[in-house]
Design a protein. Structure first.
Length: 607
């Protein structure tokens, strides 16, 4: 949450900052602002609202310079407002700061600074940073930053500039993502790679405890003790168009349509004649056979992928598996140790609760394998092993292709573990591989039939309540479908195990209540049919999602969405696609801002 961009070079900083912020607006869009050194002073322009409001405010202005920082905000401390928007200044306007994260001891520091005569104009924790830097500054911004980081507690990524040192831009990272872009005669900082792709493909992923000092010609890295460090650069091969809408109305629908390609990329080179080659991950047979449990830890959509994996691993791989929400995991004194593999799932690799859960698991002796989309992210670096999903940049706040590639990776990992554990044989693995290879074409088949889903959405977008029901794997995927609907359309939606309806939920069903019934598990068809009939007799309007190998639900369903046929265990990957489309088209019909749903941000880097 919150996006940072910084530039030092020979070009006009304003254009570069705005361009970068547009690519980061998914990280926060309550307010935005820029601070630019114009050769004499630091000029700040900031405003409440979307980035377009900032662009309007800059129109016809004279703001110009070769050094600047920009920010797009997702509010934590202080409501969205012009005053609370970043960048923030010290009292004489000689220092400017942008900040992503939370300063946990800001109240204590604020009280102390007020005793020293400092006045605060905003409600943010970030203003503490400005005044502390002012207090410590004695002509060397690096030394002031070193003193600053010894006093503040919490998570933060910082961009700092001083008008007294207009040849330097300083960046700091602790628990919030920040990268450095290495150009020719120019250098940049940003919260995420897409922001700098038009200017350079060479980046350094900053680690926790890194400080970077950028000039036009070079970047020097230091640790928190002020010792110079060498940092390797990575070359990014992403197509810039991958971070743009490419003619689609929204990033979300673009990313839904990218799923066949994303699955192929995640599978490529990882299935062999004898099993799976997962990027050099080498869990020994002895280690895998000695495992008592797999502990899955994740948040939100990634957690729902974990629930699918739990069902698949226990039923087919025959290994006990637990799934926990990361924000709860470390507070329940979890029973993990060296006999438990902790499996972490995160799209961004920067989710604060997930990172904290990794540290808790490792503290207790568990080894950690992560599945993530972002190379060199904190989750990846903190883990013993990492399996990348290779989905490419995902910009829409509501995750789609990241989820579907997480499931793809989880199935491959399950096959890998099952072979080494001896709980599956070569015949099962061949079947699993064939099912996975067939997925891209089957997903494309669903996408090609999107018109039916759009029609259903157009007819039901005014629904007040929507209930998703399913059993087994169908219940796990129903939870993701429900989340997609509520987060982008703002329709109240819940998912329930179909067999639990009679234990309370049926009280909420009335005439016209929309029921999304997911029924793709053959052994559970008859049970699910009975549950659908329970809602039907109470006035529920049933839209059933099932495979095209049965006519069990024809008479009870008001609408039937027929999916390509696949093995029962692989169906969650297919079933989620029409559920994503349904949520998208209902949100569009309701006039919602699909890519930037209210109160949410893409990467949750605070707890």
């Amino acid at each position: 949450m919150c996006g940072i961009v910084g530039y030092i070079g020979e070009k006009d900083a304003v254009d570069i900052l705005i361009s970068g912020l547009k690519r980061l607006e998914y990280r926060g869009y309550d307010s935005s602002g820029v601070a630019v050194y114009d050769g004499k002073d630091i000029d700040v322009v900031k405003t409440k609202g979307r980035l377009s409001a900032l662009e309007e405010k800059l129109k016809g202005g004279t703001l110009s310079g070769r050094l600047g920082i920009g920010h797009t905000r997702w509010a934590t401390h202080g409501e969205p407002s012009d005053i609370n928007a970043h960048p923030h200044l010290n009292r004489d306007g000689s220092l400017a700061v942008v900040h992503n994260g939370i300063i946990e001891n800001y109240a204590e520091l604020k009280n102390w600074l007020m005793e020293q005569g400092y006045e605060f104009v905003s409600d943010t924790d970030t203003e503490v940073i400005c005044h502390l830097l002012d207090y410590f500054y004695e002509g060397d911004i690096l030394q002031a930053v070193l003193k600053l980081v010894s006093k503040i507690k919490g998570s933060y990524a910082l961009g700092v500039l001083s008008k007294n040192e207009p040849d330097r831009l300083v960046a700091v990272r602790k628990d919030s993502p920040l990268i450095v872009g290495l150009g020719k005669g120019e250098n940049l900082i940003a919260s995420d790679i897409p922001a700098i792709l038009p200017y350079t493909r060479d980046v350094v992923i900053m680690n926790d405890g890194d400080i970077a000092v950028l000039t036009r010609e070079r970047v020097t890295f230091y640790d928190y003790l002020g010792r110079e460090e060498e940092k390797p650069a990575a070359h990014i091969d992403w197509d810039i168009a991958a971070a743009e809408k490419g003619g689609y109305r929204h990033f979300m629908i673009k990313e839904i349509n990218e799923q066949p390609r994303a699955i192929r990329d995640t599978l490529r080179g990882r299935m062999t004649e004898n099993g799976f080659d997962l990027d050099g991950i080498d869990l020994s047979e002895e280690y895998i056979k000695g495992l008592k449990n797999i502990q899955i830890v994740a948040c939100g959509t990634a957690y729902h992928a974990g629930l699918v994996a739990k069902e698949f691993y226990e039923r087919y791989i025959r290994i006990p598996t637990s799934a926990d929400i990361a924000s709860e995991f470390r507070y329940r004194d979890p029973l993990v140790n060296e006999d438990v593999l902790t499996l972490v799932i995160s799209q961004s690799g920067e989710t604060a609760d997930t990172i904290a859960a990794i540290k808790e698991a490792k503290r207790k002796g568990s080894r950690v394998l992560s599945i993530t989309n972002v190379i060199s992210s904190t989750v990846a670096r903190e883990s013993d092993w990492v399996l990348y999903t290779l989905a490419g940049p995902e910009i829409a706040v509501a995750s789609t292709k990241a989820y579907i590639t997480q499931l793809t990776a989880l199935y491959m990992l399950g096959g890998y573990i099952g072979l080494k554990r001896g709980t599956v044989d070569g015949r099962f693995v061949k079947e699993l591989q064939a099912e996975l290879r067939a997925l891209p074409d089957k997903v494309q088949e669903i996408l090609d039939e999107h018109g039916n889903i759009q029609r259903i959405a157009d007819e039901h977008y005014n629904s007040r309540d929507v209930f998703y029901i399913g059993r087994g794997l169908d219940y796990a995927v129903s939870m993701e479908g429900s989340l997609k609907l509520k987060e982008i359309s703002y329709i109240h939606s819940e998912a329930y195990p179909a067999g639990e309806l009679k234990h309370g939920t049926l009280a909420l069903v009335e005439n016209g209540t929309m029921i999304i019934a997911v029924a793709t598990q053959k052994a559970l068809y008859e049970k699910t049919l009975s549950n659908m009939e329970e809602t039907k007799t109470r006035g529920g309007y049933i839209i059933a999602f099932t495979k095209g190998d049965n006519d069990v639900f024809n008479d009870v369903a008001d609408e039937l969405v027929v999916l390509p046929t696949a093995a029962d265990y692989i169906m969650p990957i297919l079933t989620v696609v029409p559920l994503q489309l349904l949520a998208y088209y209902m949100a569009v019909a309701r006039g919602c801002d699909v890519d930037k749903p209210r109160n949410l941000a893409k990467s949750v880097t605070v707890e």
